[in-house]
Every structure is written in structure tokens, then in C-alpha cells.
Design a protein around this ligand. Structure first.
Ligand code: 5AD
Ligand code: SF4
Length: 475
């Protein structure tokens, strides 16, 4: 899920510095931490848990690493490029360390988990290495590092969900918040490093999820996105089965939707094999559950899908898309696509282009295959598609997606949507930017209406670009 810098959701806007808007008193802390996050939304969400743990232990957030006592990089391993970006960032930190020699440097997240103590040998300036399930150990590890020792904890857990920790919202727009509902992944897609870096799948107690969503609402938020590697396999069993009932994802969605009709609900990511009719009917039933599904296909060839261990065929996936459109006719659908997986032929590639046309994706995150050490594919198959072929195929996939996105947007011209305002548009403070239920970005002039971010407004679309709908407020 994103060097989600180019992967899902709003990652492209979310890289970099962090601050703690809920904390008003900077003197409440005697030390400062700086945190930078890479990768998927889950990683950004984890950084907010880390911020909370650090706040509890006397560290306040700063956006300036020159003044930080602790500099943390929350890392991603999904593709080689993601790891290279982190290495580059660490080498930049060498200069920072010269000006601020007392600062401790910690690496968190998936790359920490993958490389473990090897990180300390490879990157001499790193003091602390912490995997995604060990953040509660951070205060102890910092204390250890303060004595000049290197500190590592990369234990994975079968239980940890950080359920009781209230995340400190970092870099948030104050309108849309992310709530992690589960951790880890049991799917074992052949290309993917996540099961190795984030461990076994486990679901978080629904009461703590509802509480976190309600807290967000009470702090003025208008939208929650429920996060997990595979949200549709969410399944929580109460300790006492006599007094409580198990909760599946459709149940959880309904519970969150019922918190307040003005609170929009989104979720990501869905594995096509696990999204059920029950989930689709629940989406159709509640107006505040957004009509948008991120449904990664990865490849359109049944043969390649089998090698990838995706457990569905091309026909099965297409039937799922048809089912979504039947139950939720105006549903937005997006995808993740990998070009040039092991043994992929030109015919397989054409199958991918065709399934894209069938699915009419509104948007996709597109990558060429990058072999990751330790994965099923790295152990079993040869990474045998030449780089120029991967790039050419990726290029064709991107071109087709651009055409599909444009078509999908043109289809919306003339329609009116309920838009949740997220803030000023990037280009002008005379324009608002928001999203419709389908997750499309809508930009429109403020005119003289007394509106603010966090408000809903009806907007009529009169034009579009490939990525944005252009509208006007419907009086
Ligand atoms: N190479 C290229 N892309 C990958 N993804 C996951 N692993 C790899 C890999 N080894 C993509 C998949 C996934 C998204 C988060 O990243 O499309 O859905
Ligand atoms: Fe997220 Fe980790 Fe996967 Fe990167 S490797 S996308 S951080 S789960």
C-alpha cells in the first residue's frame, strides 16, 4: 500500500514533516521528536500511534529536525525504489547529525523489520531499529540508546493492535482521519513483502474502533477511512462468545456508519476474493458509506494471477466488478496493477489491458514488478521480464488508465455531487477542493457562500481534466 507516495489514497500529499495539532502546550514536553513517514497509509497511521506513545513519554513533536532530540523515519519496503528513497534520506541525515550531534536516529516500519539488526551495520548513523509491532517498546529503546548503545526490537506479534492508544493526528487536514482496524496480512501474494514485515493478520476490538471514530467526529472530523491490508477479512471474536457476537467487516461498517449520518465512512484496501455481497449491500444501504472501492487486480491474466497466488481468475474478478456495479450502480472503482511479473508474456499483458477496459477504473496505482528478497516469487520464480519490456508495458498501462480516467470524468460532466470540502484548492485560495462519494477530487470557486472546510456542499460539474472535476456550487 504506497511507497504509497505513488500508491493509494492521498499519500502524495502526505509525505514529510509532522506536527501535533491537538497539543497546545509546547512546554509540556522536555524533549522533541521529528518523524517522517514513507509508504502506505497504514504507515502514516502508525506514525500517529508512535507520536502518541512519545507524547506520553515526554517527547513533543517538532517539524524542524535541527532542534529534535530524536529523528524517526518510518520506512517502506514494498518496492526496491521505496527502500532506495529511505537510504537517500538517511544519507541526507548525515549532515543534520553534524549540526545536531546529540540527536538519536531511529528507523521504524517495514524496512526496519526486513533488515533487522543488519540496518545498524549498513547505516552507521542509525541508533534505534523498531519493527511495526514493537512501538510500545520505543521509550525503553530510546533510554537504551541514550546510554550510547544501539537498540533493536523487531519482534512481530500475533495480538498487538494498539487498540487502546489514541493516535495523535499528524499533518491532518482536520476533516478526514484514518483509523486502523487490523494489522498484518495472511494472503501471501507471491510478489509481496508485507506478510514478512507486518506479520500475521489480526483484527482490532470494534469498541476501540468506534471510540476512535467518535473522538474524531467530536474533534470536528467529517470523514473516517478504515484501514487494513485486507479490510474485508476483518473478523473479531469476543472473549466471551456467550455474551457477545463475532463482528465481520460488513457489521463493522454498519456500526461505524451509524455513529452519525454526517460522518462519511471510507475503507481501504479490499481483496477481491474477500469482499462480500453483505459489504456491498451495507454500502448501498447507508448514504454516508462512500461509493468507492479500491479493488486491486494486479494482473488480468489468469495464468499470472495463479503464479501471484491471488486465488481468483480473470473471469471471477470481472464478475465481482459486475456485481459491484449491479448493487451500487454509481460506485467508483480503483486498482493496483503490476506490469512485468515473472514469466508475463505479451498476451498476458493484453489480458491486463482488457480487464482494465472491462473494469473502467476511475484511477489506478501502477507499478512495474520489483523483486523483493524473501518473497514467494523471489524464491520460486525468475524475474525474467527485461526491464525495457516492463517499462514499455507499464507505459501502455498508464496511457490506458489516463484515457479511462478522462472518460470516467467526462461521464460526470452535467451531474451534481455532494462534496465534502477539504480545504483550498492547490492552485488558488479562491477555490475549494473536496471529494465526492466516489473519491473524485472536485474543485470549484468559493463565490460568496459562507462555507468552510468540513462543510458539505452540492456542486454541479461542468468540465473536467484527467484527474479533477471542475464544478460550480448549486444554489
Ligand atoms: N513489485 C511491484 N509492485 C508491488 N506491489 C506489491 N509488491 C510489489 C512488488 N514486489 C504493489 C501491488 C500492491 C501495491 C500496494 O503495491 O500492486 O497492491
Ligand atoms: Fe505499507 Fe509496509 Fe507495504 Fe510499504 S511495505 S506499503 S509500509 S505495508
Amino acid at each position: 500500500m504506497l511507497e504509497r507516495m505513488n500508491h493509494t489514497m492521498h499519500e502524495e500529499n502526505r509525505q514529510g514533516e509532522a506536527y501535533a495539532p491537538f497539543v497546545n502546550d509546547p512546554t509540556a514536553y522536555n524533549k522533541k521528536f521529528y518523524i517522517e513517514s514513507y509508504g502506505c497509509q497504514m504507515n502514516f497511521s502508525d506514525s500517529e500511534i508512535v507520536a502518541s506513545i512519545l507524547n506520553e513519554n515526554g517527547f513533543g513533536a517538532t517539524r524542524n529536525f535541527e532542534e529534535a532530540d530524536l529523528i524517526l523515519i518510518n520506512t517502506c519496503s514494498i518496492r526496491e525504489k521505496a527502500e532506495q528513497t529511505v537510504r537517500k534520506r538517511l544519507s541526507d541525515l548525515r549532515t543534520v547529525k553534524k549540526n545536531n550531534p546529540g540527536a538519536l536516529i531511529g528507523v521504524l516500519g517495514c524496512m526496519a523489520e526486513r533488515l533487522k539488526a543488519k540496518f545498524l551495520e549498513e547505516e552507521k548513523l542509525v541508533d534505534i531499529v523498531v519493527g511495526p509491532d514493537a512501538y510500545r517498546a520505543l521509550p525503553g529503546l530510546i533510554a537504551e540508546a541514550e546510554t550510547g548503545q544501539k537498540a533493536v526490537n523487531v519482534l512481530l506479534s500475533r495480538e498487538e493492535t494498539y487498540a487502546d492508544i489514541s493516535p495523535v493526528r499528524l499533518d491532518s487536514n482536520g476533516v478526514s482521519g484514518f483509523v486502523s482496524i487490523m494489522r498484518g496480512c495472511n494472503n501471501m501474494c507471491a510478489f509481496c513483502v508485507v506478510p514478512f514485515t507486518r506479520g500475521r493478520e489480526r483484527s482490532r476490538d470494534p469498541h476501540s474502533i468506534l471510540k476512535e471514530c467518535t473522538d474524531l467526529l467530536n474533534n470536528g472530523y467529517k470523514e473516517v477511512t478504515l484501514l487494513g491490508q485486507n479490510v474485508d477479512s476483518y473478523y473479531w471474536v469476543p472473549e466471551n462468545i456467550e455474551t457477545g457476537k463475532p463482528v465481520n467487516f460488513a457489521n463493522l461498517l454498519e456500526m461505524v456508519a451509524l455513529i452519525d449520518p454526517s460522518l462519511r465512512v471510507r475503507f481501504s484496501t479490499s481483496h477481491p476474493k474477500d469482499i462480500t455481497d453483505d459489504v456491498l449491500y451495507t454500502m448501498a444501504k447507508y448514504e454516508n458509506i462512500c461509493n468507492y472501492i479500491h479493488l486491486p487486480v494486479q494482473s488480468g491474466s489468469s495464468r499470472v494471477l495463479q503464479l501471484m497466488n491471488r486465488t481468483y481468475t480473470r473471469e471471477w474478478y470481472m464478475a465481482k466488478v459486475d456485481r459491484i456495479r449491479e448493487i451500487i450502480p454509481d460506485c467508483g472503482i480503483s486498482s493496483d496493477i503490476i506490469a512485468g511479473f515473472c514469466t508475463e508474456t505479451e498476451e498476458d499483458h493484453q489480458d491486463t489491458l482488457n480487464i482494465m477496459r472491462h473494469s473502467k477504473y476511475d484511477m489506478s496505482y501502477m507499478f512495474f514488478y520489483s523483486e523483493r528478497p524473501g518473497t514467494l516469487a523471489a524464491r520460486r520464480y525468475k524475474d525474467d521480464v527485461p526491464e525495457e519490456v516492463k517499462k514499455k508495458r507499464l507505459d501502455e498501462i498508464v496511457k490506458l488508465q489516463n484515457a479511462l480516467s478522462r472518460e470516467s470524468n467526462q461521464h460526470d460532466v452535467g451531474k451534481t455531487f455532494k462534496v465534502l470540502i477539504e480545504g483550498n484548492s492547490k492552485k488558488s485560495d479562491q477555490d475549494w477542493m473536496g471529494r465526492n462519494s466516489q473519491n473524485k477530487v472536485v474543485v470549484f470557486p468559493k463565490e460568496n457562500y459562507p462555507l468552510n472546510k468540513g462543510n458539505y456542499v452540492m456542486v454541479k460539474v461542468y468540465d473536467c481534466t484527467g484527474a479533477t472535476l471542475l464544478g460550480k456550487i448549486e444554489p
